[in-house]
Ligand binder design. Structure first.
Ligand SMILES: Cc1ncc(COP(=O)(O)O)c(C=O)c1O
Length: 417
C-alpha cells in the first residue's frame, strides 16, 4: 500500500537559519521584516521521511569525517530512467556541489572573455550575475508575453537572430523555466537545439525543476534532443528542489562530450570542489532511492495549489492574473493593474517604500510586503524594469498558508481600490 503524505502540515522554520524566514533578508526584498515569506525557492513542507531517517542515522554516528560515495552516478542514472525515461550511462554523470557552481564552471569552460551568452528573460537572476562575474556579454533573449492568456512562450525567430551573431556562443537555458513555469515541448527543444547547432552555439540546460513537472507534462531532458540535432549541450539536474533539500548542495551534470567532461573534472579538482558533503550526499541518495511516491503526491498537491490560486484570483482579486505554471512551486503573478496603485502608495509614503530599506525589492514587492504582510520576489529581480508588473510567488507550502496569503493580498488590494 502506498503511504499517504501530509502536505497540509508545514515545518516552522522561524529562527532556524533559514534564509527564507530571516527577517533581514525578508526586509531587503519587501521593506517589512515581519512579512510572511513566499519568496526564495525552497518549500515549507517536510522532505520525505526516508531522507530524514538516512540523515538521522548519519547524525547518530557522532563523527562526521570525509565521505566517499561510490555509486551516486548509478543511483542518478536509475532515477533519470524512472522519472524521465531517459537513458543515461553513469559514466556521463559528474556530481557537483550545487547547480550554480556547476553552471559557473561550465560557463567558464565553454566560453571566452567577452563572448555573448544568451539568457532567456525573465531569468533566474544568478544567471545574469554569473555572466557578468565571468566578464561575458549578456545577450537577453526576451520570451514573448501574452497578457490575454497570461503566459510566456519562446520567440524562436528572435533566438535565431541572436544565434546568427558569431560572437554569441552559449545559451544558458532553464527547463522547466523559472519563473514562467513553462515545461518546454519536445518540438520547441528540438528547434532550439537545431538553431544552436547550425550557429555553433553551445547549450547549458538547467533542469533543476524538472522532477516537479506536473502530471499532463512530459519533461524532455535537453541532451536527449541535442545529440540528434548535432548540438553540443550539457544537462544539469539536482534533487534539491525535488525533495526540498536545497540547503544540502548537490547537483548532477550529464555530459555527452567526454573531453568537456574531463575538462570539467579537472577544473573541479583545481578548485577542490569535487566531493559533495557527507549530509548532502546522504540526503540526495535517500531521495533518489526512496522518494518517488512522495514526489508523485507532492506534484498533486502543488498542482492543486495552482488550481486554487488561479480560481481564487479570478473570483476575488481580478487585478491579479496567475501566470499558470506547469511545474514546480513558484510562479509569476501578473499585477499590471496593481502597479499604479502601488506606485501611488509609494509616492504618498516614500519612507516606507525607500529602496535603501529594501534594495533587492521593487514597487510591487514593497506593496505586498508593507500592505499585505506577504514577502514575494519583485519581477524586476528577474531582469529589470521590463518585469516590474510581476511578482514571483512561492506556493510550496500548505493550502492553508496559500489561502492566508491570498486573503491578505485581497484585503490590501481592496483597500486601494
Ligand atoms: C533555475 C535554478 N537554478 C539553480 C538554482 C540554485 O541551485 P543550487 O542551490 O544548487 O546552486 C535555483 C534555485 O532557486 C534555480 O531556480
Amino acid at each position: 500500500m502506498i503511504k499517504e503524505y501530509d502536505f497540509d502540515a508545514i515545518v516552522d522554520r522561524r529562527g532556524t537559519n533559514s534564509v527564507k524566514w530571516a527577517p533581514d533578508a525578508i526586509r531587503s526584498i519587501c521593506g517589512n521584516p515581519d512579512a510572511e515569506p513566499f519568496w526564495v525557492a525552497d518549500m515549507d513542507l517536510a522532505s520525505p521521511v526516508e531522507i530524514r531517517k538516512a540523515l538521522e542515522e548519519v547524525v547518530a554516528l557522532g563523527a562526521y569525517g570525509y565521505p566517499k560515495f561510490t555509486d551516486n552516478e548509478e543511483i542518478f542514472a536509475q532515477w533519470a530512467k524512472r522519472r524521465h525515461d531517459w537513458d543515461v550511462d553513469p559514466k556521463q554523470v559528474t556530481i557537483c556541489q550545487g547547480m550554480l557552481g556547476s553552471i559557473a564552471m561550465l560557463t567558464e569552460l565553454m566560453t571566452g572573455e567577452n563572448d555573448g551568452v544568451i539568457v532567456p528573460l525573465p531569468a533566474y537572476q544568478p544567471f545574469l550575475r554569473l555572466v557578468k562575474n565571468y566578464r561575458r556579454k549578456l545577450v537577453p533573449w526576451h520570451l514573448r508575453y501574452d497578457p490575454e492568456s497570461a503566459s510566456f512562450s519562446a520567440d524562436l525567430k528572435e533566438f535565431e537572430r541572436l544565434c546568427s551573431d558569431p560572437s554569441n556562443t552559449l545559451l544558458v537555458f532553464c527547463s522547466p523555466h523559472n519563473p514562467s513555469g513553462i515545461v518546454w515541448s519536445k518540438e520547441v527543444l528540438t528547434q532550439i537545439a537545431e538553431i544552436a547547432a547550425k550557429n555553433n552555439v553551445v547549450v547549458i540546460s538547467d533542469e533543476i525543476h524538472s522532477d516537479l513537472a506536473f502530471f499532463e507534462e512530459t519533461h524532455v531532458p535537453f541532451n536527449s534532443v541535442a545529440k540528434q540535432a548535432g548540438c553540443k549541450a550539457v544537462t544539469c539536474m539536482a534533487p534539491s528542489k525535488t525533495f526540498n533539500i536545497a540547503g544540502e548542495h548537490f547537483s548532477v551534470t550529464v555530459f555527452d562530450d567526454p573531453s568537456l567532461q574531463a575538462a570539467f573534472k579537472k577544473r573541479q579538482a583545481q578548485l577542490f570542489a569535487t566531493e559533495p558533503a557527507l549530509l548532502s550526499g546522504t540526503a540526495a541518495r535517500a531521495g533518489y532511492l526512496h522518494g518517488f511516491d512522495w514526489l508523485t503526491q507532492l506534484r498533486c498537491h502543488l498542482q492543486e495549489n495552482v488550481r486554487f490560486m488561479d480560481a481564487y484570483c479570478k473570483e476575488r482579486i481580478p487585478e491579479i492574473k496567475v501566470v499558470v505554471p506547469h511545474a514546480s512551486f513558484i510562479c509569476f503573478l501578473d499585477c499590471e493593474q496593481i502597479l499604479p496603485m502601488a506606485q501611488a502608495d509609494g509616492d504618498r509614503n516614500p519612507g516606507l517604500y525607500d529602496p535603501a530599506i529594501s534594495p533587492a525589492g521593487g514597487v510591487l514587492s514593497r506593496f505586498f510586503g508593507i500592505r499585505a504582510g506577504i514577502a514575494v520576489n519583485d519581477g524586476t529581480w528577474f531582469g529589470g524594469d521590463d518585469f516590474r508588473q510581476f511578482v514571483r510567488f512561492n506556493y510550496g507550502t500548505s493550502r492553508a498558508a496559500v489561502e492566508h496569503a491570498l486573503k491578505n493580498i485581497e484585503h490590501a488590494v481592496a483597500a486601494m481600490r
